[in-house]
Write a protein that binds this ligand. Sequence first.
Ligand code: NZQ
Ligand code: ZN
Length: 395
Amino acid sequence: MFDFSYYTPTKVVFGRGTENQAGELIRQFGGSRVLIHYGGESAVRSGLLDRVKASLDAAGLPYAVLGGVVPNPHLGKVREGIALAKEHGVDFLLAVGGGSVIDSAKAIAYALAEPEYDVWELFAHTRKAKACLPVASVLTIAAAGSEMSPSCVITNEKTGEKRAYDDDLSRPKFAIMNPELTMTLPDYQTESGCTDIMMHTMERYFTQGGNMELTDELAEGLLRTVMKYAEILHTDPRNYEARAEIMWAGSLAHNGLTGCGNDGGDFATHMLEHELGGMFDVTHGAGLAALWPSWARYVMDNDLPRFVRYAEKVMGVVRTEDMSDRDVALEGVARMEDFYHRIGMPVNLHELGIEPTEEQIRALAESCVRATGGHQGSARVLYGEDMANIYRMAR
Ligand code: NZQ
Ligand code: ZN
């Protein structure tokens, strides 16, 4: 077991109707002028935005409103938010939406706290932030885990670069989680979210060491729970218990809990997917599903005991006498693919709906090398050629 620090400063307010507490909570955390940030039309159509505004009105909080955040959120929208927030003297960011809206709000919050710098420098990793305004969310999709995470992922739509910046400064002050709000999600988004949640835990699970029994058991329980309820939601999207289980799993999968005592995580599948998001604008969770089986087969010999444990404890593989460790591990990956198919997720790039050329694969791998500073991974350390090989295997 490795040493670790675990920091989760986010207050979670979970349950039906909790969005009506938004104003009161902002007051508690010292906000006095708010930017309400949201995405497309889902929060408007459902009436959620109006309820949130009413809650801020009741708390006597002035606010500006900015919608239009797209999935794989754009730097251009962040810049629009910075200008609007400056004009209104905003000191608190409230995201009403999913990972894309929360990340856009985090980026605006960084920029407002240090207005003398260009915010993209953080994502280009030429500078570290020293401050960030407070951010909070009313979550509408269980997926990215940004409601409790230190991560912020922004796409520079002019260059096609999708880049992450991680810093505890941006961990949100509070997260309002009403599982009912997720009932209007299209099935593809629900299941992409479930896939992302599982991946956040699997990235931390498939490492080369420092694994801790308690953390492993938490991770395996989380993964089995998400698989169970992801299948239920595929046929019964209005099931409250299932929505609630998935929503809470989404936060615990990415707030650091399932990384305690291990070596920090692999995250190669995530880095490979971010490049797909930047070039092809795919849905993040579906992109992860399309890459993971190829990644798993590529790296498994370097981390076989973990893959065997995963196959047995998460995928329910029962070893027969004729099976080698590798057979067990491969059966675990095959069962994962079956699961993805059962919830309507792709298991390769073709099923994801993209057909990258050899030239594009080289470009994806080169960009991933730049984004990772040369290499990525713990289960197996991947270099540029490995990254290209995984994209090729996933075709
Ligand atoms: O914009 P609207 O109309 O709201 O539609 C959204 C969007 O099209 C829709 N949606 C959200 N809630 C809804 C709803 N539709 C109906 N009813 C609702 N209640 O869902 C679509 C996807 O929304 P998005 O916010 O993009 O989803 P997600 O939470 O999966 O976020 C994805 C982004 O987060 C990044 C991803 O790379 C991607 O850019 N990530 C952020 C992380 C973080 N900050 O910690 C970690 C992740 O690994 C991830 O990289
Ligand atoms: Zn993710």
